[in-house]
Design a protein. Structure first.
Lengths: 277, 69
């Protein structure tokens, strides 16, 4: 006689749930197994201890990671890097009419933005990056901001500015803007990265859309907004995005090779959650 | 697209106030100078601000302005 025994093994329990992943999930009140596994795998990859990344430590050079999981404003607000419910932890505050769902946060193109409380001068003048993962293109045919903060003269900013189909994206990284080679479409991962005083790069997914020698000017002390531009302390009219954001993060500049690795990690995270584009 | 019309005093009353968990009202002006909020905000309000559900809805006419250059 034989007896069949079936044992279900949770990958996170088998490998152990990372302490930072656990802290984030606890703060957000998330117990869902799919999200738990996806967050754990993402954190391990950020730390260079994952299935895609075993050597590069992105964790230490990243200030804020917004994975937008759990489907509510209460779960979407937390910074994976520091999940305290504080402005000082770069926990998001949402303003205006966001829609929260399992696909992340969706702006209304009218008055919705999120305040990160993170400022470029906290990150660095000549080493800074901003990324957002967008699941839908803008509907409106004028420039809208994926994220941004800009001084009065537009000479010091961290912004990606995109208008669907009509114009190429504009990238700012502690300087004025450069125009990328793409057509303003934003499906997937959008990134602006400065790695030196005279090196700025733009990316859409794994394609480099900008190579610029524009010199850095200053790293301003304005809070970075997601879904609109913080124009010297107030939201700039008509920069409100109507896109669906499934991820955003901000940190130090990284090489093209490391960006490619980071893209793979974030794309895997979205695939784990069944919301990749 | 429709939006909810506010008086100036209603705008002052709700601006920056929390209407749902970790979500703040953000009244803006349209091209005619009207103060408005989005219908998403009116749908998500807590009991304290239920009165915004009764605001008049008007067509949204955005301010025409280029942005970052």
């Amino acid at each position: 006689m034989s007896i069949g025994i079936k044992i279900a093994v949770d990958a996170t329990r088998y490998g152990g749930l990372d302490a930072d992943a656990a802290a984030f999930l606890t703060a957000a009140g998330i117990t869902d197994a799919t999200i738990t596994n996806a967050i754990n795998r993402l954190v391990l990859n950020y730390k260079g201890q994952g299935n895609l990344n075993t050597s590069i430590n992105f964790w230490s050079n990243t200030n804020a990671i917004y994975p937008f999981v759990g489907g509510t404003s209460n779960t979407h607000k937390f910074n994976l890097k520091d999940p305290r419910d504080l402005d000082a932890a770069y926990r998001l505050t949402f303003s205006g009419g966001w829609t929260h769902s399992t696909n992340g946060i969706t702006g209304n193109g009218t008055n919705a933005y999120a305040n990160t409380f993170l400022q470029p001068n906290t990150i660095g003048l000549n080493s800074i990056r901003g990324l957002s993962y967008n699941r839908t293109n803008h509907v409106v045919a004028s420039y809208r901001n994926l994220f941004g903060c800009t001084n009065l003269a537009f000479t010091s900013a961290l912004v990606i500015d995109a208008a669907i189909n009509l114009f190429a994206k504009r990238y700012f990284a502690n300087a004025a803007s450069d125009t990328g080679s793409d057509d303003g479409q934003i499906l997937g991962l959008n990134a602006v990265i400065r790695t030196a005083s005279n090196i700025v790069s733009g990316f859409k997914n794994n394609t480099k859309t900008l190579t610029s020698t524009r010199a850095s000017v200053s790293a301003n002390s304005l809070n970075i907004f997601i879904g609109a531009n913080n124009f010297n302390g107030t939201v700039q009219a008509n920069t409100y995005s109507d896109s669906n954001f499934a991820f955003a993060e901000f940190g130090a500049g990284i090489s093209d090779t490391n960006y490619s690795l980071l893209y793979s990690m974030i794309q895997q995270f979205q695939t784990d959650l069944g919301r990749n584009v | 697209m429709v939006v909810a019309l506010l008086t100036a005093s209603q705008k002052k009353l709700i601006e920056g106030k929390e209407f749902a968990a970790n979500s703040l009202f953000n009244p803006i002006q349209d091209i005619d100078g009207n103060w408005i909020i989005s219908v998403e905000e009116t749908h998500q309000v807590n009991k304290k601000f239920e009165w915004v559900k009764d605001l008049q809805l008007i067509d949204y006419k955005p301010i025409l302005e280029d942005n970052a250059s």
